[in-house]
Design a protein around this ligand. Structure first.
Ligand code: PRX
Length: 663
């Protein structure tokens, strides 16, 4: 940093508030004309034929949008298609020998696998035949509890091929979380694996799957992928209802399975996500609308072309991996990458090594990762040739301008646009972000809504706020990638996402507004800055966690009477879990109890929800009506000024909690 040119550059970047698309990028961008915004507006909802038209349909749809019973919208009705045929079969003629999936495993440099479109198609067909043979029928929900192994996208596409919706449970989730999700979906099939590598060591995954299955309240058939291929433990095949993946697939060698023609509105998959109650929500996505959405946004925003080697570092266990590792990129016939492990093993340059080795053209990652890269320093990216990169993206949480600029400069060399993409599990794909070839970027602000997307920031009455004022992000019109409902719970779907700003008695779509539960502000150019959740949901390293789920795990610990969980600021994770717990009268506030609290959270949810701090307190700050004042607990976690505490029923506890939290 003592280099004067470097210092000058840093200073310039620090001050610069907007960045135009780099000229060389703009020239070749998939979307290179800003008139698309007006065109889509004028043609809405028919503008979305542009997305549906990117797919191969078995039966053409007759209606673009059926909005007769809001908020139960339907898209491309009358049409039918198969998602696996769109991701595989239609590319075979031209791209059968091109790589579809590049898998970069651990141990580093030993365990990598490439699947051409031809090979992926073959394995998906064999797996589809095997699953069918096990009894999986159309509309049966198949759960997948798998880390980043190539058999995960294979199994997803195999399910899509036979019309069986998948429900992928993040491998880092606990056995309890697996059981809850399998029970909620009545899922009688599980695909899992023996273990996987993380930071050089094999982890036992199958025991966790078995623990989960012990709490599933119906019979299941389980398929186990032999990922470790080590034969030294974590064995499998323990019962009649447990099957070896390789054996099953081998038994169907060369099988072809005709893709099942699915109605546009048929469920493609379920994804459970956290909400404000303890019960995870089963977000339902459909075949036609979802696939159109992720295909269109992959092309328009991530600028994916078939010639690319596109790298998204997310986990397929979350929606980002579903939409932008599997379905979006494969529907476009590109090479999509996935990696096993972590960005800091064997060293802090793992991602940059991968980018260099595979000449990745796009990188889509999370702000939490970028903050970690910043902390580690520029020496790691500087070791590598990153010049293959053409575009950078972020997703999952707000990115602060400093991290944005670091990414732009040190990874993109000021030659790659950065797309800060706001969206959710529920939206299926991107909603608010810049189109990289045509829109100026403003670090810290996701950007304008995508063409055809009606996102606005409103006050509590639902009226649009003035530029610069904070309010609630809302979406006024439906879009093809939207969730259709919460699985088997239409009522909760309406309550959670629509009731706040809609006239729920009306059947006029104009009276219905989607509420994503995010705070936001908008500037005079219509750029939206998302500020974070306004409900009791935390965003830890870009992962969504419900405070209620964590609290109920903590109060389940013997000796704990009451608990409150809030998010505190964290340099790398963005937010971290802070837990405040009241012990029962005869329970000592011991280190041992603290450990039991942490263990209970890990057992109920997984290590991602591990509390950063557990503060024991004789009482929690409550309003006169008995509501816990979470804002105050957040301020305590952040070491901020507390403001007015006079409305509390028990203001005297505050000093005590503050003293304990700073111990
Ligand atoms: O709060 C927003 C935040 O992540 C939430 C959605 O979480 P999830 O459903 O797990 O999906 C994550 C991947 C799409 C949102 O409600 N969020 C997501 N992207 C951004 C964001 N916050 C600010 N800026 C973003 N780009």
């Amino acid at each position: 940093m003592s280099d004067p040119e470097e210092v000058e550059l840093e200073a310039r970047l620090e001050e610069q508030e907007s960045f135009d698309p780099p000229a060389a990028f703009a020239e070749q961008a998939n979307v290179d004309d800003a008139s698309i915004y007006d065109e889509f507006e004028a043609a809405w909802p028919d503008c979305w034929e542009a997305a549906a038209g990117m797919l191969d349909w078995d039966e053409a749809y007759d209606t673009v949008l059926d909005d007769s019973t809001p908020p139960f919208y339907e898209w491309f009705t009358g049409g039918s298609l198969n998602a696996s045929a769109n991701c595989l079969d239609r590319h075979l003629d031209e791209r059968g020998d091109e790589v579809a999936v590049e898998w970069v495993g651990e141990p580093v440099d030993e365990d990598n696998r490439s699947f051409t479109y031809g090979e992926l198609h073959r394995e998906v067909n064999e797996t589809a035949a095997a699953l069918r043979d096990l009894g999986v029928g159309e509309d049966d929900v198949v759960t997948m509890y798998m880390p980043m192994v190539p058999e995960l996208p294979v199994a997803m596409l195999a399910c899509a091929r036979i019309g069986a919706p998948h429900s992928v449970v993040f491998a880092g989730f606990s056995a309890d979380a697996l059981a809850t999700r399998m029970n909620a979906a009545d899922s009688e099939y599980l695909v899992t694996c023996d273990g996987y590598y993380r930071r050089g060591d094999p982890l036992d995954h199958l025991s966790k799957a078995h623990d989960g299955l012990a709490n599933v309240d119906h019979g299941t058939e389980t398929v186990v992928v032999d990922r470790l291929r080590d034969g030294d433990g974590f064995g499998h095949g323990s019962g009649d209802d447990e099957h070896d993946y390789d054996d099953l697939v081998a038994a169907h060698e060369g099988a072809t399975v005709e893709p099942v023609s699915r109605d546009a509105e048929d469920m493609l998959f379920l994804m459970y996500t956290s909400g404000t109650t303890g019960e995870p929500k089963g977000v339902k996505h459909t075949t036609g609308g979802y696939l159109s959405w992720v295909s269109w946004t992959s092309r328009a925003v991530l600028d994916v072309t078939p010639e690319d080697t596109y790298f998204c570092s997310a986990d397929i266990g979350w929606i980002t991996g579903h939409s932008y590792i599997v379905y979006g990129p494969l529907s476009l016939g590109t090479t999509t990458m996935m990696y096993e492990g972590t960005p800091d093993h064997p060293d802090n340059d793992r991602l940059w090594q991968i980018v260099e080795d595979y000449e990745a053209t796009q990188l889509y990652t999370a702000p939490t990762a970028i903050r970690a890269f910043m902390k580690w320093g520029t020496e790691y990216p500087e070791r590598h040739d990153l010049s293959s990169l053409r575009l950078l993206g972020t997703v999952g949480e707000p990115i602060n301008p400093r991290a944005w600029k670091w990414y732009y400069k040190h990874i993109g060399d000021e030659a790659c646009p950065v797309v800060d993409t706001w969206w959710q599990t529920e939206t299926g794909g991107m909603m608010v972000t810049t189109l990289p070839g045509v829109k100026t970027m403003k670090p810290g602000s996701a950007g304008p809504p995508l063409p055809g997307v009606d996102a606005t920031v409103v006050d509590t009455n639902g009226d649009e706020v003035e530029a610069g004022r904070a309010g609630y992000l809302t979406v006024g019109r439906p879009w093809p990638g939207m969730l259709r409902t919460l699985y088997r719970n239409d009522e909760r779907f309406v309550d959670e996402y629509w009731a706040e700003f809609s006239d729920t008695d009306s059947d006029d779509p104009a009276d219905w507004v989607y509420s994503p539960e995010d705070g936001a502000k908008v500037d005079e150019d219509g750029y939206i800055t998302v500020l974070g959740r306004v409900d009791d949901v935390l965003n830890v390293s870009g992962h969504r966690l419900g405070t209620m789920e964590i609290e109920s795990a903590i109060v389940g610990v013997e000796g704990v009477a009451e608990a409150a969980v809030v998010g505190g600021d964290h340099e790398v994770k963005g937010e971290a879990v802070y837990a405040y717990a009241i012990t029962e009268d005869d329970q000592a506030e011991s280190e041992e109890l603290r450990e039991r609290v942490v263990e209970a959270v890990e057992a109920a949810i997984g290590p991602i929800a591990r509390p950063e701090r557990v503060v024991f307190t004789p009482d929690l700050p409550k309003t006169r009506s008995g509501k816990i004042m979470r804002r105050l607990l957040e301020n305590i976690a952040d070491g901020d000024a507390l403001g007015d505490t006079s409305t509390l029923r028990n203001p005297e506890v505050v000093d005590d909690i503050q003293a304990r939290a700073s111990d």
